[in-house]
Design a protein around this ligand. Structure first.
Ligand SMILES: *Cc1c(COP(=O)(O)O)cnc(C)c1O
Length: 451
């Protein structure tokens, strides 16, 4: 449904075909007085919708977090191997339980959690892992560090998630696993992805780095595939600076994760396999333990605020919230993402729309502006002898030819998002400010080309 010939009615009808129902006949919803008179755009000298107000800051801290770090300092237990009851083992037990799994191995980052998972599943040179081009570089780094080949499948343009049909098209005889990424903290189409994995006998490592507490069809994200990986990097909805964790129910496999992440040394004290040293340190776990008690409440608050935003914009032409798959019960809202369709804004480029929004006091970000299929690493690995030894010339030629992801390119051009970890903890008025600014800019769309 590309093009300028779409009527507003068709657009809304298409929107309502997704999971978020649109009502074609209803007028643009109003908060405050916006629909009566939108007023002059702030960027053209009018009054901004939002003035002298700040958003809740992130990362979050309170006295509990500080006390927890002080306690660890004074205990002199600064490394996990010093004690079985230190902060890291305690955090692992608590996170496993909160995330709905039997076991957790904490790591120094989400990237380390993913790489540990790849190694523990025995995936390495000559193997291929299918994942998304629209993600943090850590996702493919985990595959490349294992000297396997990341194969990037295209997206569903409206959910920004992996398109399962394209995933299946890219399965080869070398494929060993799928690494679905739950973008923005919302579930991928896991029903279809698990079906494909079963049919082709593939492992599934969920990149749930953005998806703490999110749920799909009665299961928490991270518990659907063989292993689930989280990030606790500063920007994430549960944060300790740098940190990560793997969850799973298979005791033997989780034991392997421990061994791999502990420079190949098992809990039995024998050095058994090749492995990096990726242990989380006790201070990182102290910061996490200090904030876990309020994490669920903050998650619920983000969900309530996101629902208010979505209700406010669902009938606004040209702005469309992220499509959610059937079976999505709640998302993590690390990011609140929308698609900006310029054909509804007098064909004005996203950059001008973003400028006008910022002037109204609501900063939206374009997020990832180039998919990973457009980054230089592809040529780098194709030129390396190690990849030429592992894969046939025919395979690598095909790999280069098939590295296009046109839907991902569109998403990179159309997305507008709010970094949600802090801002979505704001008040209802904060959310209404966002909606009011969007409505105001839409109402003034004929003046946008001048900004
Ligand atoms: C943050 C992130 C990662 C990497 O996690 P780090 O803790 O930064 O290493 C991987 N995948 C996704 C989707 C992420 O958002």
């Amino acid at each position: 449904m590309d093009g300028k010939d779409l009527t507003r009615r068709q657009f809304i009808a298409a929107a309502s075909a997704g999971s978020l129902a649109g009502v074609a006949s209803r007028a643009i919803p109003a908060y405050g007085n916006i629909t009566k008179k939108a007023g002059k755009l702030a960027i053209l000298g009018g009054e901004p919708v939002r003035k002298n107000k700040s958003w809740p800051r992130w990362p979050y801290w309170d006295e509990k977090v500080v006390d927890s770090v002080v306690k660890t300092t004074k205990s002199r237990i600064w490394c996990r191997i010093q004690s079985k009851s230190g902060t890291v083992p305690t955090f692992e037990k608590q996170w496993a339980s909160l995330a709905g799994a039997k076991f957790c191995v904490a790591t120094g980052s989400g990237t380390q959690a993913l790489h540990t998972s790849v190694e523990a599943l025995g995936i390495g040179p000559g193997d291929e892992v299918i994942t998304s081009p629209y993600t943090d570089p850590g996702t493919i780094s985990s595959i490349l560090t294992a000297r396997a080949l990341p194969v990037l499948a295209d997206l569903d343009r409206e959910s920004y998630q992996l398109d399962p049909d394209d995933v299946e098209r890219r399965v080869t005889e070398n494929t060993r696993a799928i690494m679905p990424v739950h973008m923005m903290g919302q579930p991928c189409d896991m029903g279809r992805i698990m079906e494909i994995a079963e049919k082709h006998n593939l492992k599934v490592i969920e990149d749930a780095a953005q998806a703490h507490f999110a749920e799909y069809k009665g299961k928490k994200l991270g518990t659907i595939g063989d292993l689930g990986c989280f990030s606790f990097q500063s920007s994430k909805t549960i944060a300790c600076g740098e940190g990560g964790g793997i969850i799973g129910d298979d005791e033997e496999l989780m034991d392997k994760c421990y061994t791999v992440h502990n420079h190949g040394t098992s809990r039995r004290g024998r050095t058994e396999v090749a492995g990096p040293k990726y242990r989380m340190n006790e201070f990182e776990a102290a910061v996490l333990l200090g904030q876990l008690s309020g994490a669920r409440e903050r998650f619920e608050r983000r969900n309530e605020n996101a629902a208010r935003l979505t209700a406010g914009i669902k009938d606004l032409p040209g702005i469309r919230p992220q499509k959610l798959y059937e079976g999505t019960e709640c998302g993590s809202f690390y990011i609140y993402a929308m698609t900006y369709r310029k054909e509804y804004f007098n064909d004005v480029d996203r950059s001008k729309f973003l400028k006008a929004m910022a002037a109204e006091g609501v900063s939206l970000s374009p997020y990832i502006t180039q998919g990973l299929h457009r980054e230089p690493w592809i040529e780098h690995i194709l030129s390396r002898p190690v990849y030429k030894k592992m894969f046939s010339k025919k395979r690598l030629t095909k790999y280069r030819q098939e590295s296009k992801c046109p839907n991902c390119d569109k998403v990179c051009q159309e997305l507008a998002m709010i970094w949600a970890s802090g801002p979505l903890l704001g008040t209802r008025q904060d959310m209404d400010d966002v909606v009011n600014a969007l409505v105001k800019v839409y109402e003034n769309r004929d003046k946008l080309s001048a900004v």
